[in-house]
Write a protein that binds this ligand. Structure first.
Ligand code: ATP
Length: 377
């Protein structure tokens, strides 16, 4: 299959030079149409399934799908005689015909390709407001990681897992990264919904590997975003997809239960939907400390504006007025307002951002919000 970049190169080669005429224009347009057609076709194609060959029987293969089922399938002509048991292959979704073989490098997509591992550099003063949440995180994550002895001496058990919950864009990820930075812990982040979408059949295995990785990289913090994607209550677990999510969830609980409160690995979960979480995940010894991260109040909005304008070249700004006008907007939206205000100044050929730029930017972001609401209800 041609890569988009190769096609783009081809278009580049056809770039019109000096002797531009209708014929060359035609050629370029035809090439453009064929490139775009190929791009559109990519959206129509069904994804291929990655699976393993269990056994070759003459020119047919017994394959094992990620959901554990076995099938006896055909192999395309070009691969005949080139496959053996243990090979990773890709098969067409409907007929399950083997159409390509993966090389060693491609088949080793594992935990390190899936999670984001970093040593964040976010400082506490980059967070506006959220003082109570920061204090809680100091007590339940930082103190036990830095001084486990204190807890042993006093005889109390710190929580293993903390759940940050609240609306989108309110700073949950920011808090998690800041606590990792202040404890110098390795930050291992993954989005739970991706576990289900990208690694069908492998979710539970991956969860196991993530916890293993966290132990190897300790002190570390595992940050599970969109926790509700695997930890929501399930009324019905009839389909194989639902059973798979359930298996992943069970593995998550087993991993959390499997380590000690004073180990130097901490788990932080984040969700916008605490109301739908399965009670099992909130039981003592699991995510047993809940920290609410709500929309910022007036004072907090003022502080968030200050954080995001700290390095901006600006005129005198009335932060109280901005905070008031940005009522009911999140930290993420206030960040977007500050960037947008900067663009207003650039478009106007000015080097300094003015109060009026911020007011215009607030209106613009509010309009976006309203459009979104209209579109998605
Ligand atoms: P989601 O639930 O959608 O994952 P979230 O609560 O994790 O959202 P973050 O990713 O932490 O939100 O925030 C997004 C961005 O919004 C941050 O990178 C930051 O720029 C800005 N932001 C949000 N809250 C604050 C805050 N309290 N102070 C400073 N910046 C903030």
């Amino acid at each position: 299959m041609k890569s988009a970049s190769k096609d783009e190169d081809k278009l580049g080669e056809l770039n019109l030079g000096e002797g531009f005429d209708t014929e060359s224009e035609n050629r370029v347009l035809r090439a453009t149409v064929s490139y775009l057609r190929e791009e559109v076709n990519k959206f129509k194609r069904r994804p291929l399934v990655v699976c393993d060959i269990k056994k070759m029987i003459d020119d047919k293969a017994i394959i094992r799908l990620p959901n554990g089922n076995f099938f006896l399938v055909d192999v395309i002509g070009t691969l005949k005689g080139k496959l053996s048991s243990g090979d990773s292959v890709v098969v067409e979704q409907r007929s399950l015909t083997v159409i390509d073989k993966l090389n060693e490098k491609d088949k080793n997509f594992g935990v390190e390709d899936f999670v984001i591992i970093e040593k964040p550099k976010i400082k506490w003063d980059e967070i506006g407001g959220l003082k109570d949440q920061i204090r809680d995180l100091h007590e339940v994550i930082e103190l036990p990681l830095k001084n486990p002895e204190l807890f042993r001496e006093v005889g109390i058990i710190p929580p293993k897992g903390v759940l940050l919950y609240g609306p989108s864009g309110t700073g949950k990820t920011l808090l998690a990264k800041a606590i990792a930075a202040s404890t110098n812990a390795t930050f291992i982040e993954f989005v739970a919904s991706e576990l289900n979408q990208k690694f069908i059949g492998d979710g539970a295995k991956l969860v196991k590997e993530i916890f293993q990785l966290a132990r190897e990289k300790a002190p570390s913090i595992i940050f599970i975003d969109e926790l509700d994607a695997i930890a929501a209550q399930r009324i019905d677990i009839g389909t194989s997809g639902e059973r798979e999510v359930q298996r992943t969830f069970m593995q998550l609980l087993a991993e959390i239960d499997g380590f000690n409160n004073l180990e130097n690995v901490k788990i932080l979960g984040a969700t916008n939907r605490v109301d739908i979480l399965d009670e099992a995940v909130l039981r003592p010894g699991r995510f047993d400390r809940l920290i609410e991260v709500d929309m910022p109040n007036l004072e907090e909005r003022r502080e968030i504006f200050k954080v995001h304008t700290k390095n901006m070249n600006k005129e005198k700004i009335d932060f109280d007025l901005l905070a008031e006008k940005a009522g009911e907007l999140s930290g993420a939206e206030i960040h977007a307002i500050c960037t947008e205000a900067g663009y207003f100044a650039i478009r106007d050929n000015r080097k300094k951002v003015s109060q009026a730029d911020f007011i215009l930017a607030i209106e613009k972001i509010r309009n976006f919000e309203e459009e979104d609401l209209k579109m998605f209800g």
